[in-house]
Design a protein around this ligand. Sequence first.
Ligand SMILES: Cc1ncc(COP(=O)(O)O)c(C=O)c1O
Length: 442
Amino acid sequence: MTLDFGFASFADKRDLLDRSAAAWNADKTGFWERMGVPIVIGERSGYELVDVDGHRLIDVHLNGGTYNLGHRNPELVEVLKDALDHFDMGNHHFASPARTALAERLVELTGPQMRRVAFGTSGSEAIDLAIKVARRATGRRKIVSIVKAYHGHSGLAVATGDARYSVPFLSDRPDEFVQVPFNDLPAMEEALAGADVAGVLMETIPATYGFPLPAPGYLAAVAELAHESGALYIADEVQTGLGRTGVLWGISKTDVVPDVLVTAKGLGGGLYPISAVVMNEPTSRWLDEDGFSHMSTAGGAELGSIAALGVLEITTRPQVQEQVHALSIQFDVGLSQLRARHEGWFTGIRQDGLVIGLELADPQGAMHLTRALYAEGVWAIFSSLDPSVLQFKPGLLLEPEQVDEILHRLDRALAVAQAAAASGTATVPSIHPHGEPAEVAA
Ligand SMILES: Cc1ncc(COP(=O)(O)O)c(C=O)c1O
């Protein structure tokens, strides 16, 4: 069946995948085929994706929260359509109504210590800027993050994360970027002992590591240690922010008062890329002194700012926060029941609101589960830095019946994935190709 999109046409899905591999990313396109998850998203709305081959999927990945409010959220689509009658990206050099309004709103929503906002297009760009402002404010260079951290792929962000992403591009910088194990306060204390650290960069719940939950008091103790040593606390709220834990920022559930907070992904409602760095007074001083020292042509674009104002308006509605609370309880109860039914295989649940990680008994268990869920019509992704854990990120606006359906499909997929992992013959492709065989047995 010809796939004709108007702007391009393909003989069929096979042709599309082949041309994608040839012109775009051969390894990635091939990986998903080997995984048995050859998704090519066609129509999308709410929490449903329809593959160009007709396969329907409930999206429980949401691209890390990009689609918290659903795909093509009708209210946000209207906001953007209206905005297109009057605005474009704008010019990043000048004051603009949309950018100003968004900056004011973010400051207001983030905390009394916050003063200003600088904008980017992506999480990585915002993390790079957060590191730059921490360095400028402290006059120090070193950044501490956690082992298996993931904060993006641009120059500074990638150096804060796992070697799996920095080393292939010779972008690791061990002398400036130090990693310590998560939930290990003595290691953090040691890393900060030299009083030479500019910032501690922490995701409130590390997503790509599979959402291990911070031990009670851990993040507050990290912030205290950081501040005692003259370092700043940078909260990466790219995945845990925007309502997912039941409040706007996950970090506000702790006693941490961050110096810098980074948000991205869902900020543009999945319709227009935008990211933001919210800064307190000392870290924003460069904007009084030398505002031209950092620029981003598309960062804080006016259309993106308008979309983001819409996202914040919806996300902070009391009824949305109540809905997230109710959904969290429904998942808590339902997942606990599934865990009991699949005892010994489905070994643990990491949950804070709608930030959820499902632990499986096999080192690649979540890869088998991703595959089995796809067959059941659910898209959820394994944690790439710990594929024993499935990242499970349901939408903030799901209906209770949709939750029941997701749990029902998960029940069946858990059984299929367990059998596949136990068979010894089902293989999942390697996600760490460097120095490892291309395909590894389960
Ligand atoms: C916690 C976290 N920080 C930063 C980023 C980088 O965001 P982006 O992919 O928009 O550059 C990501 C991306 O997944 C992320 O999960």
